[in-house]
Design a binder for this molecule. Structure first.
Ligand SMILES: Nc1ncnc2c1ncn2[C@@H]1O[C@H](COP(=O)(O)OP(=O)(O)OP(=O)(O)O)[C@@H](O)[C@H]1O
Length: 294
């Protein structure tokens, strides 16, 4: 089945779950054997810092957008089938970047990976609008709070101005039993409701552990939501992990077997694997190792 390749994960308001969604959607698809790149286009904010430990002079998207290196030089392997392109934090380096360089970078990634997720900064700026227009499809992220919903309207308008297409809305941090109508929120924004992700304390724990939630606690309700969302966007059947499977959460203190260094720039993405369970183990160990290097 054909699918969109480049997704922008965007929101009007900050802190609503864009990075969490980017990392977890990417990880689910990588576990399913798809080649995935996740890119932090929120320049200067280092949103992926919890998942990729970088030395101060590491190559980042800043260097790519300054025209110094190609995007492949700024990719870091997270696990089987998934690489991350982090943004740097140095503001002097940031000042040298040109968001326009993102065009070529995204086009290069498009030719190498099955899925590219752009984690877009909140607010209104050139570096926010550009990825909305470069993506095949924009996923708008909002919490149910009125202020966040109102700011989502801005993302919808910006996407239209940038000539981008909206896939729909994901409402994060929902509470079971709440009488809020999520369909009504989507209707108000005039975009389809793609799904909801419940408020889940393990989501924050997983960030502290530097591990995607779908690896840290695959049985959690929010992990379920991310698997469903990935299945809906991709058309791929995503299996529910068995409850006996060891998770990063249950094995937090266990030594990991993968000795590869996730801070080394990736060369080519790993070949596809049919062994979803094996890939899953690899995701856990590679990222747990990233955490231990912090
Ligand atoms: N479903 C959830 N349940 C509980 N906490 C969550 C959930 N999703 C995300 N969070 C937490 O909310 C905080 C913000 O999430 P995240 O960093 O993904 O948002 P963001 O939109 O990317 O933020 P920014 O605009 O700063 O880049 C994090 O601490 C994260 O762990």
């Amino acid at each position: 089945m054909s699918h969109e390749t480049v997704y922008a994960i965007a929101s009007g308001k900050g802190g609503v779950g864009k990075t969490t969604t980017t990392v977890n959607l990417g990880t689910v698809l990588a576990q399913a054997g798809e080649r995935v790149a996740i890119v932090d286009t929120d320049l200067g904010m280092a949103n992926l810092a919890g998942f990729v430990s970088l030395t101060p002079d590491a190559t980042t998207l800043h260097d790519v957008l300054a025209g110094d290196v190609s995007i492949e030089d700024a990719t870091y392997r997270l696990a089987d089938n998934i690489v991350a392109v982090p943004s740097g934090t140095d503001l002097d380096e940031y000042a040298k970047t040109s968001p326009e360089g993102l065009r070529e970078a995204v086009s290069e990634l498009r030719s190498t990976y099955d899925y590219v997720f752009l984690d877009v900064g909140a607010g209104v700026s050139h570096e926010t609008v550009l990825p909305l227009g470069l993506a095949d499809s924009v996923v708008v992220i909002s919490t149910p709070e009125p202020a966040a919903v109102q700011d989502s309207q801005k993302t919808v308008e910006l996407t239209e101005r940038a000539g981008g297409d909206i896939a729909g809305l994901v409402i994060t941090r929902t509470h079971p039993g709440s009488d809020i109508s999520y369909d009504e929120i989507a209707d108000r924004l005039d975009i389809p409701l793609l799904g909801t992700v419940p408020d889940d304390p393990t989501s924050r724990e997983s960030v502290c552990a530097g591990t995607p939630l779908v690896v840290y606690d695959p049985q959690s309700p929010a992990s379920d939501s991310y698997r469903r969302l990935a299945a809906d966007l991709s058309g791929i059947e995503i299996p529910t992990p068995s409850s006996e499977e060891e998770t990063a959460k249950s094995a937090e203190s266990t030594e990991t077997a993968d000795s590869s260094d996730p801070t080394e720039p990736a060369t080519e993405p790993e070949p596809e694997t049919d062994e979803q369970e094996a890939a899953h183990d690899d995701v856990s160990s590679a990222i747990t190792e990233a955490e231990s290097e912090h």
